[in-house]
Design a protein around this ligand. Structure first.
Ligand SMILES: [Zn+2]
Length: 423
């Protein structure tokens, strides 16, 4: 792909006036689409099927015309035409590695790692880092390893597990930095204390780059306050298929969206883009010449926050990942997740089973709660109004009616929420 000489660097893009950045991103978006259409047969096929050409996609809004690529589609395509389902845009012998992630799904090694933030090779000079991401078949360990080495760090490739060994190596090598999940660092510290060490005194750990799981905030606070470990970078949201999507900053106010991809938040059913503040599925088009997955639906839910951040970046943020879209259903603009409905129904011991059915008569979402009673003598009217209130409180949306059904109508293995809408 041809590169423009005057292209801004990632850290410049991140601090640009949003309108200005949009111009650069859309230019790169058009380039990757032209490129992918030409080099990746599966992209051409998808465009042709939808009756669109690369020239139809000029703006981010135009991306809505391209049908989303779901993980399940990719798994099926890879099976049909192994190993990459027609999405590899370079000859196979150009690849350095091939990974596999759950699905199962194959991922070619891409050039981009976990987002270095433009730090040079002297940044980590003289510092020993323990990388505890898995080195085995998934891209996490080797990807981060490569990134750390490019920043000048000396890496100990620990991988996962083996806590006692982790403790010994961390102590014997006077390791400066830890990379992995916050909960694993906590396990290592606990183990060290169990082994009789005073972690703050006997170890040299100065910083940790932790992420990869929800709710790491409390642990970060503990590491900083109790052990004096500086927690860097905040959370990172990355997937094996599209690489880094968003990275936290030192203001810990969510994760900034990368300037190396087009990221959309869409209605998972229609693929239409949503406004900032609305929850939807994260859809990513990485500027990746090796594996250009155009409009890859991650299946993860979040929303965009576009208010300015104290760190100086102007890129929008994802506050956190809010669940998986396959399980949630959007009804009249609100997401209803089985977790919420389970929680609501659990308050009613007189209900044995339930199922929420969403339909769309006359272009309006209709939600019917089917209920199988454990106690046939229960007061149905009273139950109805209690359910109505409880449902409104937890799910922020009302069902239209309750239907009491006989035993056997709702099967044990049936889904809690069934979406029968036709658009
Ligand atoms: Zn920030």
């Amino acid at each position: 792909m041809e590169k423009k000489e005057s292209r801004p660097l990632p850290h410049e893009l991140e601090r640009m006036v949003p309108k200005e950045r949009q111009k650069h991103l859309e230019e790169r978006m058009r380039e990757i689409i032209d490129y992918a259409y030409e080099k990746a047969p599966a992209v051409k096929e998808r465009f042709d099927k939808a009756g669109i050409k690369p020239k139809d996609i000029r703006t981010v809004k135009d991306m809505e015309k391209i049908p989303m690529l779901r993980k399940d589609d990719l798994i099926a395509l890879q099976k049909e035409s192994p190993p990459f389902g027609g999405y590899l845009a370079v000859p196979l012998d150009n690849l350095e590695r091939i990974y596999q992630s759950p699905g199962p799904i194959f991922d070619p090694q891409r050039k981009r790692g976990f987002g270095g933030g433009g730090m040079g090779p002297d940044f980590g000079k003289g510092q020993i880092v323990m990388n505890t991401w898995s080195y085995h078949i998934t891209p996490a360990g080797l990807g981060v390893d490569q990134l750390l080495r490019s920043m000048g760090f000396t890496v100990v490739p620990m991988g996962t597990g083996n806590t006692e060994l982790q403790v010994q190596v961390m102590r014997d090598l006077k390791v400066h930095g830890f990379v992995g999940t916050p909960s694993f660092l906590k396990i290592i510290i606990d183990k060290a204390e169990d082994m009789g060490y005073d972690f703050k005194k006997d170890f040299n750990l100065k910083w940790a780059m932790v992420g990869g799981e929800m709710g790491g905030e409390a642990l970060r606070k503990l590491f900083q306050e109790k052990y004096g470990i500086l927690c860097m970078g905040g959370d990172t949201y990355a997937t094996a298929d599209v690489g880094t999507v968003a990275t936290g900053c030192d203001k810990q106010s969510g994760m900034h969206i990368t300037a190396d991809a087009i990221v959309e938040i869409v209605d998972p059913t229609t693929g239409k883009q949503l406004e900032p503040g609305e929850i939807g599925e994260i859809v990513v088009t990485p500027f990746d010449e090796v594996y250009p997955l155009i409009r890859f639906g991650t299946g993860d839910l979040s929303m965009m926050v576009d208010e300015p951040c104290g760190c100086g970046r102007t890129t929008p943020r994802l506050p956190k990942i809010m669940g998986r879209s396959g399980e949630a259903v959007r009804v009249r603009g609100m997401f209803v997740h089985p977790k919420q409905t389970d929680e609501t129904i659990a308050r009613f011991p007189e209900i044995r089973r339930y199922q929420l059915v969403v339909t769309r008569p006359q272009n309006r979402d209709e939600m019917v709660l089917k209920v199988e009673l454990a106690d046939a003598a229960a007061d149905k009217e009273k139950l109805k109004s209690a359910l109505d209130k409880s449902f409104r409180d937890t799910c922020k949306v009302r069902f239209d009616r309750v239907e009491f059904v006989a035993q056997g109508i709702i099967t044990k293995s049936g889904k809690q929420i069934v979406d029968e809408r036709v658009y």
